[in-house]
Structures are given as C-alpha cells and as structure tokens.
Design a protein. Sequence first.
Length: 507
Amino acid sequence: MTPAGGEPARLVEGLPKEWQIEGVLGEGGMGTVWRARNQLTEEPVAIKCMRELPGAGDEGRQRFLREVKVLCRLSHPGIVRMVHAGLLAAGTPYLVLELIDGLTLRERLGGMELAQALEMSLAIAKALEYTHSRGVVHRDLKPENVLIDGAGRVKVADFGLAGLDAEWGDAQRVMKTRVGTAMGTPGYMAPEQVGNAGEAGPAADIYALGAMLFEMLCGRLPHGTEVPVGAGGELPEGLGRLVERMLSRQPAERPAAGEVRRALEGFAAGRAASEAQEADSEWINARDGSTMVRIAAGRFRMGSERGRADEQPVREVTLSAYSIARYATTWGQYRAFCVATGRAEPPDPGFPHGDDHPVVNVSWDDAAAYCAWAGLRLPTEAEWERAARGADSRTYPWGERPPDDSLANFDSRHGATRPVGSYPDGVSPAGCWEMAGNVWEWTADWYGPYPNGPVTDPRGPEAGGRRVLRGGGWCYEGASLRTSCREALDPGARIFEFGFRPAGPNR
C-alpha cells in the first residue's frame, strides 16, 4: 500500500517507481525512515529521507550527505548496507538501506549472560576495527544504533554523526565539527566529545563500546572508570581491566579497536576452553557402552527471562557432581537391552533408522527401565539443562546463534532422526551432542512450576501427571531447541521423536 497525503505523498512522488512505500519505521529530528520494497526484486528495504526544516540551514543537509559518503566507502557484514542513494524531485536527499528485521541491542540488554555479551561486543569491535581502518569514526555508538537481525547477526547502524577522514588514509585526522558542539548520546559519549565533538577520534568509539559492554555485563551504565562485576557471576580474568581501559578519560590510554577485538576473541575462546575442561574426562559404562561425561559440581542460572512462563523464575541452582551420556541412547543399545531383558522393542517409527540413530517411541517407563538395567538413571531437569547450556546459561548448546542445518535436526528438515554424532558444531559446553533437536529427551522430574530463590540439587515435584522432556525434536520448530525450553507428557506416551540419554554418578 502506498501512503497518501503529507510527507509520504511528497516522498512517493519523488522516488523512482521501483520503490514501493509500505509504512513508517521511525521518525527523528533529522527525518523519517520508511519501510519499502523494490517492486522488481521484492527486496525489503528501509528508506531514510531527510526532513527539510525551515531555518535549519545547510548543517543538517551536510550531515545527511556525509552519511551517504561514509556508507559508500563501507562494506562489512557488521555494518548496515547501503543499497542506493538519490535526490527527490525537490532536491532532498534520500538513502536506501538494507532492512534489518529484528531488535536493537537496547531491547536485548535485560538479563544478558556473559556469552551473549562477549558475542555482541566482539561483533561490534570487528565492525569498528574495519570502519577505523577506513578513516571513519561513528561518534554516536549506543545500543539503539546496534541492530540484531533474525539470524542473530549484529549490525552497526546510523552513521549520521560520523566523522570522515577527508583523504581516507589517516584515521587520526578526522573531519572537524564546529568547536563548542557536543555530538553523541550522554552515557556513551566520550569526555572529549563534550563541547568539542570535532576532536573525537577512533578512541571515542572505543569509549562507547566500553560503556555498552559494561551495561551488558552489569545491567547499568558505569560511573566513571568503574570496573565491571558480572551480574550473573564472576568475569574472566582481565575482562574487567579491559573495560576499565576502554572507559579511560584519556583517549590515548584506550586500546585500539583491533586490540579490543583480539582481547574479546581470547575471552570468548577462554570461556569455551574452561567449560570444555568439564568434558576432558569421561568413562564408559560397561553394561551398555555409553560414553559418560563427568560434570563438575557448581552453580548455574536455570530458566529464561525471555522464555515461556514455565521457564520462570530464573534462579541460581547448585548441583553436585554427576555424569551424563555424551549421546542419546541409540536403537542398537536399546535392542541389546530388549534382548537381555525380554522387553518388547518400541513400535517402528515409520521412517528409516539404523542402530546409530537415537531410539524413539519409548515411554518414560521404558527409559527408566533401560537406565536401571544399565546401572544408570534419568537426569533431573536441572542436570539436563546444566549439561546443555553450561555455566553461562547460553540460549542454545552452541551459544546464541539461531539454529540452522549445521547445528541441529529440527523443523522436519530431514523428515526423520539423524545418527547420533551428526552435528559437531552443535556440541554443548560439557561435550554432549544433539542436546538440541533430533529427539526430545525424558528427564526424571515430574512437571511443575519452578520454585523461587536459589536451590541445591532440585528434583521437581514429588508427584504429578506428566514427566518433563527437554531438547526439542526433529519435527519441532527452532524455538523448542532453547536449552531452557520444557515439554511435559504422560509418562506412558510413546511418540516418534521421544528418546532419552542416561545420567549417573561422577565416577
């Protein structure tokens, strides 16, 4: 639909015919951003049109044109892409940008875990390293100008206040803004930007990133050069000092974007390495051959503030040491159990399945009987979630990246289960495979609401009508693959995507 009347009509009249206006995305002091679509390619875009204000002079126009010049020089996956730029019939400039359907970083700040903070800040640091190498300083970096698309990709946006090196070679010699002008957003604006924005060089962006990283870690903005303390637990050694340096009042004392990027990559890798140490020892269960991964005693945050109501409240859980199977129990293992005990095999699921596929069509009672025969047991909900998400309470076993075909079997993309060990990129911090997708896994607990406050070795309600399953199945949507997602059914139910993985002592 093409809007009619007022500014929309003026914009539509001046635009090339291939752009179809669909609605308003946002408005600001400098102009309006419209949602539009290319009628030839069907590509959705955002069109930013400068607002001509009486008496505004050339300053606003120059800023708008500078953003066009900046984006012409930038091509990076972490920066919103310019599609086209032009002039309306009246000479008013407009800018066509890729449309990012998703959230701003501001909308993601609540309840952010360490893994998410490292992932988001690393993506921003990579974009800044690139822009600074091209002689561009953003100068208004803040959570509202960081976009996160539906695939979880981070994009830096809005270069309207950017400083542009006139010769694109010396990142220290940036186009000057009028002396005495403050440009930026309080809380994220470097001290040197106050009163003299033209002196703001690349270090100003580092200050802004430091403020955002502090806010991601602590849930609030810093007071001066305050050292952050993680809201969800201890921070990796050296991360607090990095943020402190980024927030220095002296630009020369702040690290360059490349140094920040390298440091954040190290912290992210160190976090993964420290969690992988939990899986550096394992043992083989003699009865059924399951590889059991040892999980050390410790604490983690269970549940999700952004999940369904039954995933709340989020609370701290302390677990004793235990072990859990690296893979879901397979058809080959379950058939050996049936031969040894005389128990009937599960019904055929109606799709091809070899001995290395996870067994399905097993009830909770079947799973519990198998575990007892193997000298093991089913994991509690808390044990299952801890093995799936690690100490940093990540959204998926592999991190924050949304599910795709390289990470999990879901959404009926294969029409059946896949063999265990099919998704090396989806392994959990503890070293467990396919804890997202393939099959829902029975746990020991009856279904019920979570209690408030911290708990130790929770076991769920003493009785109930439904048992809890975790992990999502091969024909369920991606949202079910979240490590905090819960399902519950009658313990006698046998369904073609219900399986299990045993747990046991920490031998």
